[in-house]
Write a protein that binds this ligand. Structure first.
Ligand code: SF4
Length: 312
């Protein structure tokens, strides 16, 4: 189950002015947003303030993710209009994906929620699989990326994607070990009263899911989710990124890394500085990244470099 359309990053209206040099207020962070800071924080900043139409790569990526999800069963697409429907969809999707993992040892597009420096973090894990490590069972997180070329990704691309995997690991680990609780879930998402699905949402769901929502309230399903999380094996420290070719979907590159607590803490301290408004957005770590950017005409860093080159 998934939400229908690409959504632009959510910002509050009064802070959508491009003149602002600090992070706009966002309802929640996501592993993707945090990872994008390591590609170019300034580019993310522009995207948050000005929005961005989905690119060819994003559309191809969404198609591949959809086919991967469909490999495990039919995908139900829904449009949600109300906050309650959004939350119910999240809880329902999490429930279905956790059940699939428990019953079949593999799931895709699992929604997770956690917290980093007081900010709620919401993400969707591409793939979670139960694997054997020695005599024990472990959970392995995999993220799928699409590539236009058949060349291996650059160091900066791998670094960005590794950060995304680390945030998934941290968020899921806290859910599995009870550091992030059901009460926190409700608090961070502002759930005070009973959630009620709208008739529009119910009309879009297949019979088995409307029945499920008649048998169990969203709150009961949420309780089930936390029960299911407790029954899962421990997370493997290993993380996997699989790069697929955009056209023929063959594997271009596989990267295996590990969750590393100390470096994660250092990276997050830097990243959170932007969201906490302690500093202005940084530029890309490498200048070649600017060649692929839509915001060169607005970016002070780029314009300064350009003028320097002209003068030189
Ligand atoms: S032009 Fe370069 S530094 Fe500026 S936002 Fe784009 S990628 Fe970042």
């Amino acid at each position: 189950m998934t939400k229908k359309e690409f959504k632009k990053e959510e910002t509050t209206k009064e802070e959508q002015t491009p003149e602002t040099n600090h992070a706009p207020k966002v309802r929640n962070l996501s592993p993707t947003k945090i990872a994008d800071q390591f590609w170019c924080e300034m580019q993310l900043h522009f995207r948050l303030l000005l929005g961005m139409e989905p690119t060819e790569v994003m559309i191809a990526g969404a198609d591949i993710h959809r086919s991967l999800e469909e490999e495990l069963g039919p995908v139900v697409e829904v449009s949600v209009e109300t906050r309650d429907d959004e939350l119910i969809t999240f809880i329902l999707q999490q429930y279905l994906k956790l059940k699939m993992l428990k019953d079949h040892g593999l799931t895709r597009e699992l929604p997770v929620l956690g917290v980093l420096s007081g900010f709620p973090v919401i993400g969707i894990i591409d793939q979670l699989e139960i694997i054997e490590v020695g005599n024990e069972k472990r959970l392995l997180i995999t993220d799928y990326k699409t590539r236009k070329s058949k060349r291996a990704p650059s160091y900066e691309q791998k670094r960005r994607n590794n950060i995304q995997l680390q945030v998934y690991w941290y968020t899921l680990h806290n859910l599995l070990t009870g550091k992030f609780t059901r009460e926190m879930f409700k608090e961070f998402l502002g759930i005070k009263e009973k959630l009620k699905p709208s008739t529009e949402l119910l009309k879009q769901l297949p019979e088995n899911l409307t029945e499920l929502l008649t048998e169990k309230t969203p709150e009961e399903l949420l309780k089930e989710n936390f029960k299911l999380l407790k029954q899962l094996p421990k997370l493997s420290d290993e993380l996997q990124a699989i790069y697929l070719h955009q056209k023929d979907r063959t594997i271009v590159y596989v990267e295996r890394t590990f969750f590393h607590e100390e470096s994660f803490e250092t990276d997050m301290e830097w990243a959170m500085g932007y969201w906490e408004g302690k500093r202005e957005p940084n530029r890309s770590p490498q200048k070649w990244i600017c060649k692929f950017c839509q915001f060169t005409d607005k970016c002070e860093y780029y314009l300064r470099d350009y003028l320097k080159e002209k003068e030189g």
